[in-house]
Design a protein around this ligand. Structure first.
Ligand code: ADP
Ligand code: MG
Length: 238
């Protein structure tokens, strides 16, 4: 139901890229855990949301025209009190307006700060031959520079999800390399399976990008997400 509402609104507004808040709402509904996130339209609202979440919090620019929020100076993490939230709010607004003067800004999203984990990415793209394909990899430069990602065709079976996680070259990092915490692999597997179940047959969804997901020994949580809808005239493989 929520998905349909968000889709209808995006279509009326002629956009195919959903905001982080919308994307996380949809993923939550699909059973995929995301950091709790809400939109603040004023500085005072940002403070009251922060107080209701409890510090530390994260503030991010929310604009349909800004997809790479960090590039816009639009992400402030580990804000520990009211004063830090107020300063971050003003800094983010100022920086976004300066770097993207044309951007329509909905407000600033306030979210719980996720405790550190191993940064991984998960996503979905559409392949002209195979249809929806899921992707899993380590986050950050390991994905960008080394292209250390594994793919799986939807619908994923249990063993496919385990194989995808096992396939990446950097999988040792997930197993607790040099005293670092390990990641809960079965939780990552079930996230991939839920993602597969969710996208299966949903032609209206063109792409999903969860970057990063924090993987910890006690679970995993989506920290940033973007969903792209299929355009009205775009052909799609189911
Ligand atoms: P971008 O649009 O630039 O990709 P992100 O939302 O991914 O912005 O934020 C940039 C980085 O900030 C993330 O890679 C992550 O390390 C950190 N971060 C973002 N949100 C949170 C959060 N809720 N808790 C902890 N860290 C976060
Ligand atoms: Mg991101």
């Amino acid at each position: 139901m929520l998905l349909k509402e968000i889709l209808d609104r995006a279509r009326t507004e002629n956009r195919t890229v959903l905001t982080e808040i919308e994307s996380k709402q949809i993923l939550e509904e699909a059973g995929i855990a995301c950091t709790e996130t809400q939109l603040a339209r004023t500085r005072a609202e940002a403070v009251s949301l922060s107080e209701s979440f409890g510090y530390p919090v994260v503030l991010k620019i929310s604009s349909r025209d800004i997809t790479h929020k960090s590039d816009a100076g639009g992400v402030k993490v580990d804000l520990k009190n009211k004063a830090e939230v107020e300063t971050a709010y003003d800094d983010i607004m100022q920086s976004a307006r300066q770097k993207f003067p044309q951007a329509r800004i909905e407000g600033i999203s306030v979210q719980r700060m996720a405790s550190k984990g191993i940064e991984v990415i998960m996503g979905m793209t559409r392949d002209p031959n195979f249809g929806p394909v899921l992707m899993f990899g380590l986050g950050g430069i390991l994905v960008e520079v080394l292209r250390d990602v594994a793919f799986g065709i939807v619908p994923l079976e249990n063993k496919d999800a385990a194989e995808m996680i096992d396939e990446i070259k950097g999988k040792k990092l997930l197993e607790g390399y040099r005293g670092q915490d390990s990641a809960d692999k079965s939780c990552l597997e079930s996230m991939l399976l839920r993602l597969s179940a969710f996208v299966d047959g949903k032609r209206e969804i063109a792409e999903i990008d969860m970057n990063p997901v924090f993987a910890r020994s006690d679970g995993a949580v989506v920290v940033d997400a973007r969903i792209i809808l299929t355009g009205p005239t775009q052909p799609v493989q189911s």
